[in-house]
Write a protein that binds this ligand. Sequence first.
Ligand code: ATP
Length: 432
Amino acid sequence: MKGALGEMLAACSQRFEDLKTEPLLRGLLAREATMTTYLGLGVSLPHVRAKLGRRYILALGRSRAGIDHDGTDGERSHIVIMLLADEKSRDYLQVLAAIARLVKEPELVQSLVESDSVDMLYDRLIAGLGGMQVRRVPQKQNRMNRLMIREADRVAKGAECDAILVMGDVFIGGIDTSMWTPKIKSILVTKSGADGTSAFDAFAEVIQVRSFSPQRLAQVRSAILVALTRGIISFTDRLCCIGGVQGSNQFDTVGVVDVEREFQTLLTGNADLLPDDVKPEVFERVIAVATELGVEGREGKPVGCLFVVGASAQVEKLTKPLVLNPFYGYKDEDRNILNPFMDETVKEFSTIDGAFVIQGDGVVVSAGSLIQATDSEHLLPSGLGSRHAAAAAISLATQCIAVVVSASTGQVTLFRRGVMLPLTEKKVITEG
Ligand SMILES: Nc1ncnc2c1ncn2[C@@H]1O[C@H](COP(=O)(O)OP(=O)(O)OP(=O)(O)O)[C@@H](O)[C@H]1O
């Protein structure tokens, strides 16, 4: 890896002659020594921040034979994406996250590894950055899709909806935007990268979510929550939603949702779903990690988990460590939940008892914390035990938002001011 990084830095310094490669290499290797930058699928993303004089330099290296890399369980790196960032680049974590998201597409990675020439690799990378190729949907299916779109438009107008929410992942590779014709403001919700695609012309807003529960209603709920926290819709809005089974290429459902009624129990007169100090992207990230844990578990086994986000000064007074805090001593940037390398770390620690305490800006303060707040006033539905009770109590005692993944049902539930809002449906978990 040291050799590969040296080569890539040399290539960069040919382009940018003022680049001081020695300290950059030292920085990259030091970063690598604290935590591996291997992302999986044969891709590594070494990165460093330094005085660069420009915001970012990105270099991509390919090795067909692969490079040995620490902390990869014997997997080799075939693609090395080196990100150099200036000390002052403020969206550093977002850039890292965007790159990490991109290389989660196995087909793209494979096509980069197999490219015959630098030009071909470059073209494929650019195509990958521009989103996936939209696949053709058979004529017959499209007739029904067009009909559903027209109906959604009519329902939206008739019911005086403020916007149409379109679940885009019904279509493999994304919705064919030429098909989208309604006059009402439309919001596309999608898991796949929409950056830079034509979706931005056809839709007023694009909400990119990282993880979805497979259930359709739960998907709509998560999407509305994200749209709310980002200020794309408001509590008084009425939405027309159009969706279908993921990857089926077929819209099959049109529904109307009154946002306020949907989230009524949670709001009761308070319009601030998110605590003041919690950044929307941090909340979204926590929901995404929680949903992934709920759906996938850890190494095939169901896991439970509790995230307490925001109001960390208040929260700290009501918590006690159950184990030595594994996040102690790391730089804020390295233990921020927005950092893509934290995903695995958080999932790894999800198996230890206790809660994650996370600051509103994303910095993980601790894991394995015992919540000492108690609340005897609110009765939780039967079947919910001490983890859910702790989440309810801490959300009542402080201005935090708590997110629980149930080990017994996989359900993700949100707590704010002691009120619970299930975000995903329960699933039946069988042992073994
Ligand atoms: N006060 C608390 N603070 C932090 N973590 C807690 C607290 N109470 C329980 N937990 C965590 O929740 C775990 C499971 O507890 P329990 O089964 O009673 O909860 P539950 O609400 O039924 O959740 P699940 O649906 O995941 O089983 C405990 O092993 C512990 O890790």
